[in-house]
Ligand binder design. Structure first.
Ligand SMILES: [Ca+2]
Length: 121
């Protein structure tokens, strides 16, 4: 895909403006309405944030997130890529999300095959 050089400044500005923004935002109502919850780290219990079984729409800014119906990433889970999801009904997740985590482990400078057990075990 070709990208004109003139967009690079725009891209930089856009990146700067969203720096510190959430990677995942949950909304209590459909179409990004209601109370938002900004998520930047894995959350084992949305209930602790008064958000258990409440999310009805969401936006993923960065990465892919796994959304689960039970605590500790249990129950049935759905993985969503970056994008906007105005309704979670078709995914069977409307008012059902209880925990969320990133699909890909965030690692700083360490890359390993996911099939390889971590060293030291
Ligand atoms: Ca809801």
């Amino acid at each position: 895909m070709k990208r004109p050089a003139t967009t690079s400044l725009f891209t930089l500005c856009t990146l700067a403006s969203v720096a510190g923004a959430a990677d995942l935002t949950l909304y209590t109502d459909g179409d990004f309405q209601g109370r938002p919850l900004n998520v930047v780290i894995d959350l084992r219990q949305l209930g602790s944030l008064n958000f258990n079984d409440r999310a009805s729409s969401l936006v993923i800014e960065k990465g892919a997130w796994v959304l689960c119906t039970e605590e500790d990433f249990g129950g049935s889970c759905v993985t969503l890529e970056a994008g906007k999801y105005g309704s979670l009904r078709e995914l069977g997740l409307d008012d059902a999300i209880t925990s969320v985590r990133r699909r890909d482990e965030v690692s700083l400078g360490v890359f390993r095959d996911p099939e390889t057990p971590p060293p030291g075990n």
